[in-house]
Design a protein around this ligand. Structure first.
Ligand SMILES: Cc1cc2nc3c(=O)[nH]c(=O)nc-3n(C[C@H](O)[C@H](O)[C@H](O)COP(=O)(O)OP(=O)(O)OC[C@H]3O[C@@H](n4cnc5c(N)ncnc54)[C@H](O)[C@@H]3O)c2cc1C
Length: 335
């Protein structure tokens, strides 16, 4: 099986590994991130040591990115005692890539997640700074809702949502290994192993019948800038190496996709008067079916701008292709 960060809706909600034990006995005196306790005690409680964790949960989600927050909140909403393990609480809801949500294709995905009572569309309605339906000249089936998002607002609202979800425990910890059961051989010579939980960086084991992996770009991730390459989950974050080894040892085929990240430009260096203005919609349409409007007034939305490369830029790019490791060595992607 090929593991990639975001190939389809199913993996957007995580790679699901189910254990065999028919009963689950989570609960006990665990410190749950219930809304009332969140408000009373503040963020500190989410940073507890792994030693204070319960031994067993109904569902463990690894990774607090886009997929992990959806998976963890969905499991908790369904009544499962859920544990979200992620490297840093501060990066829950971090938007690693460009500061927008939706667009052609991804806008549909967001609507589908929203229809399943997901959280991302609702959070976007509280943190967008420009909303636009793309492809509006064509029929509604191909419309692409897209919003430019204020990264800080998104992260703040996402953390409030996740840390305030009843039944969801959130702990900052690295998952280094999986608790795997004995290998059984199937009729077709396929081997099968069951996952019964996770092992944290400090050796602590947490048991669960259901483990959802949403490690995003972190599984043995690398950052390439020009010809330089270094291990990283994303800028400023370490990659998940131990977990990648476990997945590989379990017989999964590992692949690599590239994000194809464009250069970030400093707005202060751009003469916007020479660019084409791309205003937001009036009125802006919410992503979530539950909302009738978004938090921002139409006239307060930021302006987007479009520009084009010139033959001069094309020439520089073509002449420096050999200085780009992405182009030279890694042809799969983007994403
Ligand atoms: C620089 C950059 C540019 C990108 N550009 C785009 C773009 O333009 N468009 C686009 O669609 N996508 C882009 N991407 C990809 C995008 O970030 C991912 O598709 C998206 O974030 C995947 O969401 P996710 O929830 O699967 O994982 P992520 O958002 O990557 O989150 C994974 C989370 O899991 C945690 N984690 C991972 N391993 C472990 C572990 N072993 N233990 C504990 N926690 C763990 C991490 O700390 C992180 O919080 C870009 C990525 C980067 C880094």
């Amino acid at each position: 099986m090929h593991i990639s960060p975001f190939p389809n809706v199913l993996s957007a909600l995580g790679l699901l590994l189910r254990g065999s034990s028919p009963t689950s006995q989570s609960g006990g005196p665990s410190w749950l991130c219930r809304r009332c306790r969140h408000q009373q005690i503040g963020l500190k409680m989410y940073r507890r040591q792994s030693s204070s964790l319960s031994k067993r949960y109904d569902v463990i989600v690894v990774g607090g990115g886009h997929a992990g927050t959806e998976a963890a909140c969905a499991a908790a909403r369904m009544g499962a005692q859920t544990l979200l393990l992620t490297h840093k609480i501060d990066t829950i809801g971090a938007m690693s890539c460009n500061p927008s949500f939706g667009g052609i294709g991804k806008g549909h995905l967001m609507k589908e997640i929203d229809a399943l009572d997901g959280i991302c569309a609702r959070i976007c309605d509280k943190s967008g700074i420009q909303y636009k339906i793309l492809n509006r000249r064509k029929g509604p089936a191909v419309w692409g809702p897209r919003a430019q998002i204020d990264r800080d607002l998104y992260k703040q609202h996402m953390q409030d949502e996740v840390l305030g979800t009843p039944g969801l425990t959130v702990v900052a910890a690295a998952v280094e290994d999986l608790v795997l059961g004995e290998t059984t051989v199937q009729e077709s010579d396929l081997t099968k192993q069951r996952c019964h939980g996770v092992v944290l960086g400090d050796g602590h084991r947490v048991i669960s019948d259901t483990v959802v992996l949403t490690a995003g770009t972190f599984l043995r991730g690398t950052i390439n800038i020009g010809l330089t390459s270094r291990p990283a989950g994303r800028m400023g974050d370490e990659p998940a190496v131990g977990l990648a080894k476990t997945i590989e040892n379990a017989g999964f085929k590992m692949g690599r996709l590239k994000t194809g990240t464009p250069p970030r430009l400093d707005g202060k260096t751009i003469d916007f008067s020479r660019l084409n203005e791309m205003p937001g919609d009036d009125p802006p349409s919410p992503f979530s079916f539950i909302n009738e409007s978004v938090w921002i007034q139409a006239e307060d939305q930021v302006m987007c701008h479009m520009t084009h490369t010139t033959p001069g830029v094309d020439k520089v790019v073509m002449e420096t292709m050999d200085l780009n490791r992405h182009v030279k060595e890694e042809i799969t992607g983007p994403r």
